[in-house]
Design a protein around this ligand. Structure first.
Ligand code: GLN
Length: 487
């Protein structure tokens, strides 16, 4: 493999090539830094690029010369959503308020990756604090879709998806509170994995809606997702929710022995793109010998209230979680004569519009007069969804659903509130129920852009889903953007 083509390799291939001495870690580091330098001015995925990986690569090369052993991610460049702490580097949360904040410790996931000798290549863009679906709400301007730079990359993990799609790194960590990994993975035509709630530590991920969010993973291949997942599905003494993903007997079943449910009635009201995407996945899986089970009746209305419950819960939790950004504990302070004015001026100037809207809405939802109408009602919807999925997973091992209802949307599009509601309709029910889900590329639509499906599994079946995807990867190869970056 000529050194100029290193960017085409998977994480596994880069790691093996380095360990076997086919290329040096310093070469890998400088190769990917060069690629970021030439491509990112058009894409705007990175908020901060870590050029110190050249030095880190050199150290790995010295260790190799001494014959030392390496971790599973040795010499693999990984980008990180700028909502996850890397000690000594900024965690901006894509917010004006946090532009200067330097993380005093590593997130647990970062600790695990560093122990496995990964090369952390930089922090990537997002919707401020993870609030959004398009990547439009960043204080560092919009990340563009490598398939067509006049379109959104999807959000909120916009930089994670774009950095992997444009092959500026083979792996990225994002987060997924209501779809922020699976949705941008669809806009960019790559794999995006939202693990079960609790299977990856959230310690060091800046909290937005703690009961819903998980760190998410992006790559070009299910093998690489499994590699990264196996390195970070590890213990954390700071996250009481952490639980090792269960290694159940189903994990290594051949795909012909598992059943995959799908919901034909959903497509009476869904978009053509979503319907065709699922139909194509059903046909291909069936042709390969998988057992597809039509589940009835599950019309779109089954999931239609989930985004409302999601908004109530995420805004409520955000209103509490974000109270620490007051300019005294966290955030750039605007100093005024009184305490109250200082806090108020700091937050008014530092937060963007979407964040303020959600804090105000959440405060209202939790107010004593309204709690019953909103928050308690939303929790009832969560119970209903959990029961719904329990019934589904009594019948089948996995559930096939769309990841998005359209391909990437042009930057500048003004969405109606109904359209915004539909952005999260397929993804957020999974978070409300704490399930695992893999978004995988299926189709190139008529406009030449990709669209994904998702495969949903019960809580704890993370490895089951990743192993299944591994067996099916030839059916769903990643499609490459032709990278016309002139627009
Ligand atoms: N689109 C959803 C929202 O705006 C999901 C965001 C996320 O998963 N972080 O809240």
């Amino acid at each position: 493999m000529p050194t100029k083509d290193l960017y085409k390799l998977s994480a596994e291939e880069l790691n093996k090539g380095f360990v076997r001495g086919l290329f040096s870690a310093e070469e890998i580091a400088s190769h990917f830094l060069d690629r970021i330098n030439s491509i990112d001015p058009f894409v705007n995925a990175f908020i901060d690029v870590f050029s110190d990986i050249i030095e880190k690569g050199r150290k790995l090369d010295e260790r190799r010369a001494r014959g030392e052993a390496f971790g599973k991610l040795a010499a693999v460049p990984i980008s990180i959503k700028d909502l996850i702490h890397v000690q000594g580097k900024k965690t901006t949360c894509a917010s004006n308020l946090m532009k200067e904040y330097v993380a005093p410790f590593n997130a647990t996931v970062v600790e695990h990756m560093v122990k496995e000798d990964a090369l952390l290549i930089g922090k990537v863009n997002l919707d401020e604090f993870g609030m959004g679906a398009l990547g439009a709400n960043s204080a560092f301007s919009i990340t563009k879709n490598p398939w067509d730079t006049s379109r959104f990359a999807g959000g909120s993990s916009s930089g994670s998806a774009a950095s992997v799609s444009a092959r500026m790194c083979p792996l990225s960590l994002g987060s997924d509170t209501g779809g922020s990994t699976r949705f941008p993975a669809s806009f960019c035509g790559i794999y995006g994995f939202k693990p079960s709630y609790g299977s990856i530590s959230r310690y060091g991920l800046v909290s937005f809606a703690s009961s819903l969010e998980q760190i998410g993973l992006f790559s070009h291949s299910p093998e690489d997702l499994k590699l990264l997942f196996s390195c970070i599905n590890r213990d954390c003494k700071f996250d009481a929710q952490w639980k090792k993903s269960e290694v159940n007997t189903g994990v290594n079943r051949p795909f012909k022995e598992v059943s995959i449910g799908w919901t034909p009635d959903l497509f009476d009201e869904s978009s053509q793109e979503a319907a065709q995407c699922v139909n194509k996945a059903v046909q291909q899986l069936q042709a390969a010998g998988a057992k597809l089970v039509p589940l009835r009746p599950y019309p779109l209305s089954t999931w239609i209230n989930a985004p409302i419950a999601y908004q109530i819960i995420c805004c409520s939790e955000a209103s509490s979680n974000l109270s620490r950004f007051d300019g005294i504990r966290f955030g750039k302070q605007i100093t005024k004569p009184s305490f109250a004015d200082t806090v108020s001026a700091t937050r008014a100037k530092g937060f963007g519009r979407e964040v303020k809207t959600r804090i105000i809405a959440g405060t209202y939802f939790l107010s004593s007069m309204q709690k019953k109408n909103y928050y308690s009602a939303a929790l009832e919807e969560v119970m209903r969804l959990k029961e719904l999925y329990r019934n589904i997973f009594n019948k089948v091992d996995f559930l096939l659903m769309p990841s998005a209802s359209s391909t990437a949307i042009p930057i500048g599009t003004k969405l109606s509130s109904k359209e915004r509601h539909y952005l999260d309709v397929y993804t957020c029910p999974v978070n409300l129920a704490g399930l695992a889900s893999l978004s995988f590329p299926v189709l190139l639509w008529e406009n030449g852009l990709p669209i994904n499906c998702q495969l949903i599994a019960p809580k704890g079946h993370d490895l089951h889903i990743l192993n299944l995807a591994n067996q099916l990867k030839e059916l769903f190869p990643v499609m490459e953007p032709n990278m016309d970056l002139s627009k």
